[in-house]
Design a protein around this ligand. Structure first.
Ligand code: 1HE
Length: 258
């Protein structure tokens, strides 16, 4: 049987592909478990990861055929399972970049929101049709998507069932890069490689401290920031990288080209 989620380790970057294109990569229980295995494997052996979708759509969200059969308690437990698995992306040990094309819908958008960097191509469209389907988000969207684009915009998408273009989504803060059709995966890999060059402790701090500090009071956040700042500074990687800059052995920053 075909793998529901593909996995390839390429130059220390894990490429994780949703691979159910005939069902527009709809996320069934088996897909979410396969995704979990791929995420755990990536955390062990890769320096960064890219999540992408096979076919013309990134992900049509929750598998509605499977979901419609579920009793109440199984639906709650299923949602909590998505939460734990997506938390392993957002607060794991390595950066995740997501490459988006076609439908980025419902649970597909929630998955994308758990990644650290989002790249969409011009064919991408975003939707939260939960209102029209008689359900609610269950993959962490009410926390992550609401914080990315704002509760009002998320509520608008859920209530009206509208779809949003990648350019609009970039203006709203839901994606960071919009690229020509067919180029999202390539750009996502390039960005993942860039993140993989960082000191591991810096990446760990960025991934784990930032979302926690967001949930703290300003005073607690600043205190935790000072500890993370000091901790990262005393690592051998920081000592070497700072010295390399001062001795002009490393590249300077340059103004953006686009
Ligand atoms: C599916 C699903 C799905 C497609 N679950 N089977 N998500 C949605 O409400 C989105 C529903 N899907 C769509 O609106 C469209 O399928 C798409 C815009 C994504 C793609 O359209 P298209 O014309 O390319 O494909 P299609 O012909 O609609 O679908 C191809 C097949 O995939 C078809 O099955 P077939 O057996 O008739 O070939 C569809 O039934 C199937 N398919 N999407 C199951 N989602 C953790 S809570 C999160 C809550 C949500 O995610 S709500 C959003 C659910």
């Amino acid at each position: 049987m075909d793998q529901l989620v593909t996995y390839e380790l390429r130059d220390e970057i894990a490429l994780i592909g949703l691979n159910r294109p005939a069902k527009r990569n709809a996320v069934s229980d088996r897909v979410v478990e396969a995704l979990n295995l791929a995420i755990e494997r990536a955390q062990l052996e890769a320096k960064a990861a890219v999540i992408h979708g096979e076919g013309t759509h990134f992900c049509a969200g929750l598998d509605l055929a499977e979901h419609s059969e579920k009793p109440l308690i199984a639906a709650v437990q299923g949602s909590r399972r998505w939460h734990r698995i997506f938390d392993g992306i957002e607060r794991g040990g390595i950066p995740f970049v997501v490459a988006l094309q076609g439908a980025v819908v419902g649970g597909g958008f929630e998955l994308a929101a758990a990644a650290h960097v989002r790249v969409a191509d011009e064919t991408a469209f975003f939707g939260l049709p939960e209102g029209t389907r008689g359900i609610f988000v269950g993959g962490g969207g009410s926390v992550r998507i609401a914080r990315l684009i704002g509760t009002q915009r998320m509520g608008d998408m859920m209530l009206t069932g509208r779809t949003v273009s990648p350019v609009q989504m970039e203006q709203w803060g839901g994606v960071s890069y919009v690229v020509p059709a067919g180029q999202a995966l390539e750009r996502a890999i390039t960005l993942a490689k860039a993140t993989a060059q960082n000191a591991p402790m810096s990446n760990y701090a960025i991934i784990n401290a930032l979302p926690r500090i967001r949930d703290m009071s300003s005073e607690d956040g600043l205190f935790v920031e000072s500890l993370m700042s000091a901790l990262t500074s005393v690592t051998p990687e920081a000592t070497e990288r700072l010295r390399a800059f001062l001795e002009k052995r490393t590249a300077k920053l340059a103004a953006p080209t686009e």
